[in-house]
Write a protein that binds this ligand. Structure first.
Ligand code: MOS
Length: 770
């Protein structure tokens, strides 16, 4: 078939459709993972350790057990054994668990608030109360726990491998040290980041139901049902087809729901132990010690440049805290390596073990802190040379990806800069820092570049088109709340030629065709391409029937000469010759017809479509030949009250080039949400870990500050039109993460412009401003 999808007239893709599941959500009909009404449901509550390091000496559950309604108190002494735990290296690999330690497998305590017991009762109140009655005595070691890599006792080491595969924590391109040493302009700066916590509105929650002794169903708050299933399969030892994971609705995740954490399998084990379904929802406080966090880190960036501001060298080092078993560090250096035209680059990672749980990916893992260092330092370079910050970025514009020497699949960054500057009124900015005032407020304007890669991925979808003109389209994807249901319905409607209300899109179930995690900004592109390809499969089948059907106007036509629009098949050269799919299916006595599609990285639209899902001539090789990224720019105005040290973001503009935008409204909301996430990280968010006890002191939303409406101005968001033929069949790059990349720097750069003070120690709270 010829490409017809891009030209689908009057289509739904790109339109600002409201969320198809919005009514279910606001009326409470949408059932989240802790709202599944199962017969005989019981309630699980975790009791957690009061120390961060030591051993359980004794654990007394008799008082708790005597309480009314208590069904079981499970500890390391009586919990059913797992087939496999991540406690050894191979176990971690096999289970895909983010954390190399499974609580309730021994008497050892490695971090504060580590689960020590799980109470199951007939009501939530009974379980909460009984959990307070579990008596634990601890044998502490004479040595205090270590809380961060800054502790003088902490031993820094190079991790064997960082997230994106840098061996020994080192990466080099050219002679960065030599280039730095001989650079006319040399800048060195250290940026410090606190612990950050994902705080999705819906905390982690699990409802575990053993339908039979060897058949498990888990309703889970996860960003990926298949990945959760994989971990459950490994830990329970059950065959994959006997473990079903369902996630119909999700109240956010930001990465902490990207993999399966201990509370989930503990709930599964508890359900097995009591022989009834168990549901467990983390408390807000437990959310801070149960699903990872963004690690506390210091990064130093050395930047060498010519006298006219062209980069000659970038040297990046990062130090961070890790858990007693894992070597996770988000990879800040990726974006530093690729964003500008620096001929040389070097990066190294160090980490130290502490008595904390494992850190994990959090929105734009790596790019968020990495862009803070790079984009603040670029601003410093501009200030040092007296060059406009936008101009310094244009002087270092990368016309290809310097990190791997590949051409970009597409890049609209110059358009983003130009349009953003225009919308923001950048040209009105007084170049002098600390020189713009409005009454008692210092006014500053800053900007930063954003970028995020299109990650390699693949997924599948099924489309079932009914002769009566409706369709059910399915893919085991998840909707974080950001619009997967809606955008996939739009794509399905257009590619099947149906009105939107005739399409139902189903997701969030391992019984559906496998889809990747909603993470790393890959869901929109991969799943939409899968849906599109599934629809192409349907049309290929229908065309085959038509050209072999004597009663069809398309009888004996060559399949490649036939195309489809709005559900009508016709000859490309003579559109009058054709018929609607319903008539064709009626004659063929088909109530419905089904197609499968595989969407994947690098399988481009042009060839992907003409070849069909399994056909030759796909564009997969292009994935290896091109560097695939989205790009954008953020512009920020702040008002700084120097008497109180308070920074307020007063204006905001983001312009993004991210391939095809599937829904103007949900996409705008994504960018706004990410920018607010970034504003939180730069101005207020920080989890305080007590240095002596390695315990969080502000693990609730009263003390862990996130932005509220009053903190955020009206935001302007635009997308530049961008057609990328290489990334995937729908040309969608994804926008979940890029929305917050560069945001912290844009704010900090605006604060510098307002005050003349460069702040590098996050978050920029009032005492640091004054
Ligand atoms: Mo995102 S941190 O990949 O869920």
């Amino acid at each position: 078939m010829e490409p017809q999808f891009f030209d689908q007239p009057g289509g739904f893709v790109g339109k600002p459709l409201v969320r198809v599941e919005g009514r279910e959500k606001v009326t409470g009909k949408a059932k989240y993972s802790a709202e599944i009404p199962l017969p005989g449901l019981t309630y699980g509550v975790l009791a957690t350790s009061t120390i961060a390091k030591g051993k359980i000496q004794s654990i007394d559950t008799t008082v708790a057990m005597r309480e009314p309604g208590v069904i079981a108190v499970l500890t390391h002494q009586n919990l059913p054994k797992l087939a496999k735990t991540p406690n050894d290296d191979q176990g971690k690999k096999d289970t895909s668990a983010p954390m190399g330690f499974m609580p309730l497998t021994s008497d050892e305590i490695f971090y504060s608030a580590q689960p020590v017991a799980l109470v199951v009762a007939d009501t939530l109140d009974h379980a909460i109360h009984a959990a307070t009655l579990v008596r634990v005595t601890y044998a502490t070691t004479p040595e205090q726990p270590i809380a961060t890599f800054l502790d003088p006792r902490a031993k820094l080491f190079n991790p064997a491998q960082v997230q994106d595969g840098k061996v020994d924590g080192h990466q080099r391109r050219g002679d960065a040290k030599g280039a730095f040493a001989s650079a006319p302009i040399q800048l060195t700066a250290t940026y410090t980041h606190p612990v950050y916590h994902h705080n999705p509105m819906e905390p982690g929650s699990t409802t575990a139901h053993w339908e039979a002794p060897d058949r498990l169903v888990v309703y889970e708050s996860t960003q990926g049902v298949t990945r959760t299933q994989t971990t459950l399969v490994a830990m329970t030892g059950l065959p994959r087809e006997q473990v079903r994971v369902i996630t119909k609705y999700l109240g956010g995740g930001f990465g902490c729901k990207g993999s399966m954490w201990p509370h989930t399998i503990l709930t599964v084990q508890a359900a097995k132990a009591v022989g009834r379904p168990v549901k467990l929802m983390l408390t807000r406080k437990q959310q801070f010690t149960s699903m990872g966090h963004r690690e506390d880190q210091h990064q130093t960036l050395q930047l060498g440049a010519t006298a006219d501001g062209k980069l000659t060298s970038l040297i990046h080092t990062k130090k961070s805290t890790t858990s007693p078993w894992d070597e996770y560090a988000e990879s800040n250096s990726k974006i530093i390596d690729m964003l500008y035209a620096s001929p040389t680059f070097e990066a190294s990672y160090e980490m130290a073990r502490a008595n904390v749980m494992t850190s994990t990916f959090m929105r734009a893992p790596g790019e968020a802190p990495g862009s803070f260092a790079l984009e603040c330092s670029m601003d410093d370079l501009a200030a040092r040379l007296g060059v406009d910050p936008l101009e310094i970025r244009l002087r270092n514009y990368a016309d290809h990806d310097y990190s791997n020497d590949k051409p970009w699949s597409s890049k609209s960054l110059k358009q983003c800069y130009a349009r953003g500057a225009e919308l923001f009124g950048w040209s009105k900015r007084n170049p002098k820092a600390g020189a713009t005032r409005d009454g008692r407020y210092l006014i500053g304007m800053g900007m930063a570049t954003a970028s995020y890669p299109v990650h390699s991925s693949q997924g599948t979808a099924r489309a079932r088109l009914y002769a009566d003109g409706h369709a059910v389209v399915q893919s085991g994807a998840t909707d974080l709340g950001t619009g997967t249901y809606t955008v996939m319905t739009q794509v399905a409607a257009d590619s099947l030629g149906l009105p939107i209300e005739k399409v139902r899109f189903e997701l969030g179930d391992t019984n559906l065709p496998t889809a990747p995690n909603s993470g790393g900004s890959i869901a929109a592109g991969t799943v939409s391409s899968s849906v599109f390809m599934a629809a192409q499969d349907v049309w290929q089948k229908l065309i085959k029937i038509a050209v072999g059907d004597k009663k069809s106007p398309l009888y004996k036509a060559k399949p490649e000469d036939v195309t489809m629009e709005k559900g009508r098949l016709f000859l490309k050269k003579d559109p009058s010759k054709g018929e609607a799919f319903g008539e064709l299916m009626k004659r063929a006595e088909l109530t419905d017809i089904e197609g499968m599609g595989r969407g994947r990285y690098g399988a481009g639209y042009e060839t992907g479509q003409s070849a069909g899902p399994a056909g030759p001539g796909n564009n997969a090789d292009a994935a290896g030949q091109h560097s695939m990224h989205s790009f954008g720019a953020h512009f920020c105005e702040v008002r700084v009250d120097m008497d109180l040290g308070v920074i307020r973001v007063s204006r905001w503009v983001s312009v993004m080039g991210a391939g095809r935008i599937l829904n103007a409204q949900t996409a705008r909301s994504q960018i706004i949400g990410g920018a607010i996430f970034g504003i939180g990280s730069v101005l207020m968010e920080a989890t305080e870990r007590d240095a002596k006890f390695s315990r969080y002191t502000n693990s609730d939303l009263a003390n862990y500050h996130v932005p509220v409406n009053a903190d955020i101005p009206n935001m302007t968001v635009e997308f530049v039109e961008e057609h990328d033929p290489y990334i995937n069949a729908m040309g969608v790059k994804g926008i979940g993460e890029i929305s917050m990349v560069g945001v912290a720097a844009a704010v900090a750069n605006a604060v510098y412009h307002a005050t003349g003070k460069r702040l590098r120690d996050l978050p920029l709270t009032p005492e640091k401003v004054m």
